[in-house]
Design a binder for this molecule. Sequence first.
Ligand code: AP5
Length: 216
Amino acid sequence: MNLVFLGPPGAGKGTQANLLAGRVEIPKYATGDILREAVRENSPLGVEAKRYMDRGELVPDEVVLGIVDAALKSPDAERGFILDGFPRNVPQAEALDAYLAQQNRALSAVVYFDVDDEELVRRLARRRVCPDCGAVFSLRAETSEVSDRCDRCGGRLEARVDDKQETVRNRLRVYHENTEPLLAWYKNGSVKLFELDAIGTVEEVHGRLLSAVGCS
Ligand code: AP5
């Protein structure tokens, strides 16, 4: 199972990728998570990436391609993989196809998570993450409350730097300009494309995902 999860910021790609990766025991590679880790470590990659991520811009293709190349070379990826947040524009998608073809591999499917902008803005405003273990939470809609401690490791939850309202607006603009055209690109290609209604509870969306990829 070699999958790409495609969709706007806050669509639930990461949430669903974690659930599916756990269920089918394949690795998930999220370029955003890998870049944030590099930012935390203050590595040269992180210093470069931060300049773009804080503004909600795409990190240059050559940087991201290096990350994906290293991830897909890992022995774990031989069992299959989920790419979450990559590719994000047509040149990245072309590079991925070329890279997989070189290894006599191909994508099994692309899953597109469809959520309207209004709901995305709501989800991102409510998102809290644990900087220690990476767990992702959502403030409860009805009370706007969430414990400030991570259920899993006790870390202090925080909002992501790029979930600020003005940065979210820019991320949505960048998404519509650069990433949304990939939907048409994959529709016209040979890889199976599942367009998932990603509105509903996490469990409901997960059920739809499992049916789409044939795991239910
Ligand atoms: P990245 O980390 O990939 O961010 P993103 O694509 O904008 O996606 P998000 O992580 O914001 O959202 P998600 O869809 O994973 O949603 P989640 O499951 O968390 O990228 C960050 C930055 O890195 C980019 O801006 C760019 O600078 C750089 N970058 C990364 N990849 C790159 C690339 N390929 N090329 C160039 N630059 C790159 O859910 C969101 C919230 O909603 C959570 O609180 C969650 O609990 C909640 N939620 C989930 N599902 C539901 C549901 N069904 N109902 C209600 N709430 C839900």
